[in-house]
Design a protein around this ligand. Structure first.
Ligand code: SF4
Ligand code: SF4
Length: 485
């Protein structure tokens, strides 16, 4: 039988089924062990160090005990600490991005996704380079600077050359003051050689969801196509790192398997990356199964309530304090509102989940023919930006780190020492100013300017504050853009 070893490159050893089951047994035995729970909560808290603070994070076993615990005051405490960590390391900033669907051709048979090969009535579409250009112009006109590109797996229709060409096109479009400054990539597991090509094309984070860590379920949920190969899929992030991509994103599709199993698997995956490459995942996404063309979420009997979803998010925040947490427009305004407090650092806004969903459509029009899933939060980017500010957050369009070479362990060491905050905060204010000047409605602009004025005062270093203020004035009074720390 395979033995658990986070340093191993074999998936059955670093995502070890026996270790997950043992973890769940341990969590059940200790879910009312108040002394242990208090000890774990204490370990998760940010600790003061010099002018900043640091966090120790939690192991998958410790975090699983918290997730199993159903004592209301302890859950409240988890939420408080998640918020403390969020404020200590991410402040009140929320980074915004949008998905861009390139193609929904797919040879896989994933039973929860309408793009599966056997769905013969969904319209299939693949963007031409001219259509990519039009989509990018539409996204720039909304105000986006950061995209996540998505494509089904299809070696004939969507080979790596097509993806690379699209990335090149995206970076080459500069419409008015617009710019896409960071392209994150969410495509199927591939070879080290292809990851190297993606790295050379200048991508930000490579994101691949595991969907489920439960191998038996995985094989049933992915009955056909290359994605059926659990081992190849589970080792994709390793190959991405070996290909030079040092920012990788993990995620599971909550609702497919028992959430406590997924949670332990997800954290073990993060521990594996840290153990082997010295740097954990850059982001973790927490999507839930949603309604789509021929998909009914009720067909999956492991769906989770909003309360459980909030608890999962808070426990991830406690366990991996330096990893960004992403939620998408799959979630409603109400759910997103609650999760933002608990440690989420990135959200999508004004999203379309169909191929060619942006160009040529008014904000109210929403093409459904090639949609991957129903978008619960259908507000425009301007509405999302305003709503974030009204709830005390700073919407940020910052992409500075990747462009300044602050990736992988360089990024993590700055993040762990708290120094990154000296960049994030002024960068958020400058990129928000760009958005307000170039794209916002009058109402949003007015709220934003007031917020920026207040937030500038909170930049602790005099020199940084002065430079940020000068840049903000330059953005307001000229076409000068793209200042960054
Ligand atoms: S989840 Fe991805 S791989 Fe699976 S059918 Fe959908 S697009 Fe294809
Ligand atoms: S400075 Fe870096 S970590 Fe901070 S918001 Fe910008 S890109 Fe993200």
């Amino acid at each position: 039988m395979a033995k658990y070893d986070p340093k191993s490159l074999l998936p059955e050893e670093f995502i070890n089924d026996e270790e997950i089951r043992e973890t769940l047994r341990y969590a059940d035995e200790n879910k009312h062990n108040v002394a242990l729970i208090d000890e774990i909560l204490e370990k998760a808290r940010p600790v003061k160090k010099g002018s900043g603070c640091y966090c120790r994070g939690l192991t998958h076993r410790e975090a699983s005990v918290l997730l199993a615990c159903d004592i209301p005051e302890k859950i409240e405490r988890m939420y408080e600490i998640a918020e403390e960590i969020k404020l200590a390391f991410y402040g009140n900033r929320i980074v915004l991005f949008a998905p861009l669907y390139l193609s929904n051709y797919c040879v896989n048979g994933c039973v929860y996704c309408p793009y599966h090969l056997k769905n013969k009535h969904i319209a299939r579409k693949k963007l031409t380079q001219e259509e990519v250009r039009q989509e990018v112009i539409a996204l720039q006109d909304l105000g986006h600077k950061r995209l996540a590109i998505e494509a089904g797996e299809d070696p004939v229709n969507n080979p790596i050359e097509y993806i690379l060409e699209c990335i090149h096109t995206i970076y080459s479009v500069h419409h008015k003051n617009g710019d896409i400054r960071r392209v994150n990539v969410n495509i199927a597991a591939t070879t080290v050689e292809n990851y190297r090509k993606l790295h050379e094309a200048g991508i930000g984070t490579y994101i691949l969801f595991q969907e489920t860590y439960h191998k038996e379920s995985y094989l049933k949920l992915h009955p056909t196509g290359p994605k059926h190969d659990y081992d190849y899929h589970t080792t994709a992030h390793d190959r991405a790192m070996q290909g030079g991509i040092d920012d990788v994103g993990l995620g599971v599709l909550f609702g497919l398997e028992l959430y406590r199993y997924e949670f332990a698997g997800l954290l073990m995956h993060a521990e594996h990356l840290e153990a082997v490459y010295g740097v954990g995942p850059h982001t973790i996404s927490v999507p839930r199964v949603k309604k789509a063309d021929d998909i009914d979420p009720a067909a999956f009997d492991n769906s989770i309530s909003d309360e459980t979803f909030a608890k999962i998010t808070a426990c991830i925040r406690l366990a991996v304090p330096y990893t960004g947490i992403i939620i998408s427009t799959r979630e409603s305004e109400q759910t997103r509102s609650k999760l933002l407090r608990l440690g989420v650092s990135q959200v999508s806004g004004g999203s379309r989940t169909s191929v060619g969903g942006y160009a040529g459509y008014s904000p109210e029009e929403r093409p459904h023919d090639t949609e991957q899933f129903d978008v619960s939060d259908q507000r425009s980017l301007d509405e999302v930006v305003r709503w974030l500010m009204e709830h005390g957050h700073i919407p940020s369009f910052c992409t500075a780190c990747y462009r300044e070479g602050r990736t992988g362990d360089r990024f993590m060491s700055l993040c762990k020492s708290g120094q990154i905050l000296n960049c994030c905060h002024p960068n958020a204010l400058m990129t928000l100013t760009e958005y307000l000047v170039d794209y916002a409605s009058d109402e949003t602009r007015e709220i934003g300017y007031r917020l920026i004025e207040e937030e500038l005062k909170r930049i602790p270093r005099d020199r940084t504050r002065e430079i940020a203020a000068e840049h903000i004035e330059a953005i307001k009074n000229s076409n000068a853009r793209d200042f960054r720390f």
